[in-house]
Design a protein around this ligand. Sequence first.
Ligand code: GDP
Ligand code: MG
Length: 677
Amino acid sequence: MGNITLALAGNPNTGKTSLFNLLTGSSQHVGNWPGVTVERKEGHFSYEGMNFTLVDLPGIYSLGAASIDEQVASEFLIKEKPELAITVVDASNLERSLYLVVQMLEAGQPLIIALNMADVAENKGIRIHREKLEKALGVPVVPTVARERKGLEDLVKRVKDRFENGVSLSLLAIPYGEKVEQSLDRIAKNVSSALLREANIDRRLASIKIAEGDPLIISMLEKLGEAKEVTAIVEEENERLELELGYDLLTAVIERRWNFISAITQKVAERNLSLKKNLSPSDKIDRIVTHKIWGLPIFLIITWFMFRFTYAVGDPIADYLDGTISALGERIAFLMETAGFPLFAGSFVADGVIGGVGSIVVFFPHIMVLFAFIAILEDSGYMARGAFVMDRIMRAMGLHGKSFIPMLMGFGCNVPSIMATRVLERPRDRMITLLVLPFMSCSARLPVYLLFAGIFFGNHAGTIVFSLYVLGIAIAVISAKVLGSTLFKGESSQFVMELPPYHLPQAGSVLKSAWERASLFLKKAGTVIFGAVIIVWVMASLPLGVEYGSHESIVGRIGDMLAPLFAPAGFGFWQAGVALFFGFFAKEIVVGTLGTLLAGGEAGLASALPALFSPLSAYAFLVMTLLYVPCIAAVAAFKRETNSWKWTFFMIAYTTLIAYGAAVIVYQGGQLLLGLS
Ligand code: GDP
Ligand code: MG
């Protein structure tokens, strides 16, 4: 019998080379792929009278041309048409591995799956039902552990079987949905038979490749002089889909493919800690803290305690700091007055700088304590368990578990967390996550809570702050569910997250991490917030001659315009309107503004605020601050990541409406309850 060419394909680090070495032994030939410096390994082996040539392809995640490796591998498959490919799949990372498999099947490449790393999967408590996977994809699946030379015999036997029974070309047709199919059909109708002959593919595959912008097909189109016409059609279809689905053809194709893969993964893979062998002490702890029922309450109790602790330690230090800062302000104002400075200069220092920036800086101790606590949770490895517990909820709500990583980062600052949504491969997951991220309570909102909770809720301050964080998560999760079943329909995927081993947190690294974050807070107070507070102070002093911070000043007029709007939420007075208005620039400025407007003179915020707010309206105000449009930097990041004004405006309107609705419900509902009791 002649020589049969087999390709060895798969993601990087799935064990291709290990399998290659085991199969071919010493009969290897190493060279380079033509024109590039990517290593090409070729080897031979025989089995029961059949001779095979095995080519080890570079590791890739998809068949495209994003990298030289992808180009080399795709061209080999298209041009040399290996009679069979052994596609190595990482069993511990099934979902990601399947993307390439699905693409190869769509391209009509006959293949057999080596389900490698079966040992790693087992250690993670992942079980993959081989027969179900075979049925779902219509290809043979052979479990292997290349490192232990397990499953090789089976693999070779199945390869031989395929040839004895004839390799059937089982084309996989992914359901792309009516709207996308329409586009694909239209493109298919418009490609010439010359192209199909040249590329040696059928119409449907040609249309998919064109939708994907496959460079090989595009260059063929150019050679045949059809590129312009086809590109115009793709552009038109992009526009139509943008309107109907919210994304372009390429995105829709990728999206639907992941949908298809997620549905398969959910059917064939199961993750269960109790499947794990050899439980270590860390596994035993995990059994409790990631328990189906107890995991969430444990997570909540720990975070609740964190906020209680923050107040218990932060309060006395902040009190001391507060006293020192206001005494300093008064002293400086007094000195300036006696030194003959004009009155406004003294007001600038006392009201603007000390009142505004000082009112934020006093929360530095709280922030430091909170971040130290979070650093301890992260360092010890518990935070990853929290994410794991939340993952179950995320999935129940139709979100990818990985969404929780950016959401967790959102507690720090929404801006990097918006960028972190790049870890989500699927546009649908990414869009939903982006839209709900602003509800995660970033640390800039914390000073607002700390201020109000401390003044209005005394001993229960920690619980109140905790409740706001929980509310933010709850609204995010519910919104995700709603968005996922309306605007962005689809399957969610499974999440397999590494749980790092536990270890004792190091005092040094905890303090360093807390200091790094807390000092960012101080830096922001000294720059952005300082600048904003000056603007507020100026606008509160103008036009010339008005009483500082009065109704007649510019801020007073802005506030007056907004005030009636907020009356149903219980804070229909102008200072609240102004604070929320400026809070758009950075949420800490809500405190800075109130400080600048109210804290001047003897009356500190602690005595000024209770004259305006009741505990109930204070809480409604906090709910508003939590949920309404994120700061301008986050909005800019959102625009950059989505590259869409439409979605950016949608996000602004959506968050603000929800915030307003929630604040009104809290206030009106609270009134009702208070009236009843
Ligand atoms: P390639 O990038 O796909 O060629 O992967 P390699 O063959 O270079 O393997 C990557 C790493 O995974 C190496 O350290 C291998 O020893 C290891 N490896 C390969 N197969 C298995 C397996 O089945 N189980 C385990 N635990 N490790 C494996
Ligand atoms: Mg390799």
